[in-house]
Design a protein around this ligand. Structure first.
Ligand code: AMP
Ligand code: MG
Length: 508
């Protein structure tokens, strides 16, 4: 049996304990491949046909991929604010790292692969619904241009999983640029294992921020440089989430990636009517992880990373605290600019697209500092308008693209009182440039399709009955979310108004 083109190089497993323990996935009864991502497979260096032929066995854990060295990783984490000194991969197994066709190193991990030494009371399993949700939503996020873990395969195990009800068991194969989390650092810091902490810092820098190795000589050294770099990526990430209405739902420090990718699609969901207090998770009663609370929570998580890194920042703790606090306090400003620029781009005030596309759009680049008062007010008033009238976040912005071409009807149609947006629209028009490519540029940052919660739930219900057609259809629409596609109009509609508020659940 060949490795079908995969080139493994298992640097995390090589760190050994306490970072990871050798652990093989459990065998499953009757693996059946449900979904396979050929494009991602090729990016990972795999021969898609050859991998596909083995996929059910490899991605259920029933047979090992030559070159893989399966381990379970150790980490800690603050869950809803409370520190848990040992979490770890309780139902995930890292098969190894492959060097892709683009030269990039990526983790291949099975999730739902059985009990591990870190399982505590859990069964180590995953149910079909959450597996398909993660597959679909993570790939949708990727297509939206948002940093994320990705999905390579979903496999039915042929075994039941016992939750509130009996559900079909499944395994998702997740791909990430790494699975190093804030909680990975917290785990070592809580054990006062400074030597391992330093090895983790070196590993994380080499892997994700190689250009920062030169920061060694700066005050605070490489550790402070890492903290600043992670802060920048988290700020950009959360701004991108909010720009598409994404509510992660469980931003515990163990779900906060050092690489700045979206990770752990448990109770996540997308906001429809704009409301900053939007929260979906049934266990998040305080709204800790509500839509608009995501930036301060990201900052809170960075403060936990800062604490873990203190011994590497300066041997004198007061000095280390001073330096780390300075970086954590910068977060608000960094995030504020990211958000301003994302929202402004959605309104067509400027562009956040890369150089070539920016020039084609005929729009100025997003400002490098806080915008002027008038623009800030225009954006604030837009948000207030959407909130007051409970307008669908995605469709409001998509309709604004039409308005940029002169057709205000799609936007006005979303208001009970069609005159409600008139005053704001007049101010917006007065502010806009005349570029003929304005609407095109706006459509590239305002998706037509997001994974709407009711559509995802309906897809899961169908898949549980053995019908994968809705999964495939949703996947097709979400693969090019910025392009309207024929026959997909229903997927752009919000949940019917008589549906109960969407609720999501942890312990998936
Ligand atoms: P999550 O909420 O998915 O981020 O998981 C938090 C922690 O609980 C991690 O250490 C997981 O490995 C563990 N965990 C979640 N679900 C299970 C399960 N069904 N069996 C064992 N461990 C689990
Ligand atoms: Mg997690």
């Amino acid at each position: 049996m060949s490795a079908a083109g995969f080139r493994f190089d298992n640097s995390w497993a090589a760190l050994g304990e306490p970072f990871a323990v050798r652990h093989n996935p459990a065998l499953v009864r009757e693996p059946r491949l449900l979904a396979f991502n050929r494009q991602l497979c090729a990016l990972l260096g795999g021969d898609a046909d050859a991998v596909h032929a083995q996929a059910a066995d490899w991605f259920s854990g029933n047979r090992s991929i030559p070159g893989a060295l399966p381990v379970a990783a150790a980490y800690a984490g603050h869950q809803f604010g409370n520190f848990v000194p040992q979490l770890g991969d309780g139902r995930a197994v890292l098969l190894g790292e492959v060097i892709g066709s683009d030269g990039q190193r990526r983790d291949i991990q099975l999730k739902g692969a059985g009990r591990t030494p870190f399982s505590r009371g859990g069964d180590g399993r995953a149910a079909l619904g959450p597996v398909l949700r993660e597959y679909l939503v993570s790939e949708a996020m990727h297509a939206l241009g948002i940093p994320t873990t990705r999905a390579l395969a979903a496999v039915l195990t042929g075994e039941p999983v016992f939750r509130e009800e009996v559900l079909p068991g499944a395994v998702i194969t997740r791909v990430a640029s790494s699975h190093i989390r804030v909680g990975s650092f917290e785990f070592l810091a809580a054990r006062d294992d400074v030597d391992s902490l330093r090895r983790l810092l070196d590993h994380a820098l080499a892997r994700h921020y190689p250009h920062l190795a030169v920061a060694e000589a700066e005050p605070g050294g490489a550790a402070l440089a890492l903290l600043r770099a992670v802060a920048a990526r988290q700020a950009a990430l959360v701004a991108q989430w909010m720009a598409v209405g994404f509510v992660h739902g469980v931003m515990n420090t163990d779900n906060c990636s050092i690489a700045g990718e979206t990770i752990d699609y448990g109770p996540c969901a997308f906001m429809e009517a704009y409301d900053p207090a939007t929260v979906f998770s049934s266990i998040d009663r305080q709204g800790r992880y509500a839509y608009a609370n995501q930036p301060p929570i990201a900052q809170w998580n960075l403060a936990r990373l800062a604490e873990a890194l203190l011994p590497l920042i300066d041997p004198e703790q007061p000095r280390a605290i001073e330096l780390a606090t300075g970086v954590v306090n910068e977060f608000q400003g960094v995030f504020g600019l990211e958000w301003q620029n994302r929202l402004g781009a959605k309104l067509g005030l400027w562009t956040v697209l890369e150089e070539g596309a920016a020039a084609a759009a005929g729009l100025p680049k997003a400002p490098a500092t806080a915008c002027d008062e008038a623009d800030a007010q225009l954006m604030a008033d837009w948000l207030a308008l959407l909130q007051q009238h409970r307008i669908d976040w995605t469709n409001a912005h998509r309709a604004l693209c039409h308005a940029a071409e002169g057709d205000e009807a799609p936007l006005r149609d979303q208001f009970v009182d069609r005159e409600a947006p008139s005053a704001w629209l007049a101010r917006w028009r007065a502010r806009l440039g005349q570029g003929s490519h304005l609407a095109t540029a706006m459509r590239r940052v305002n998706p037509a399709y997001i994974p709407r919660n009711h559509a995802v739930e309906a897809m899961i219900a169908s898949a549980t009955q053995g019908d994968m057609a809705p999964f495939e259809r949703l996947q097709r629409a979400l693969a090019t979310p910025y392009d309207e596609q024929p026959g997909m109009a229903d997927l752009a509609r919000p949940a019917p108004t008589d549906t109960a508020p969407h609720r999501t659940f942890c312990g998936t």
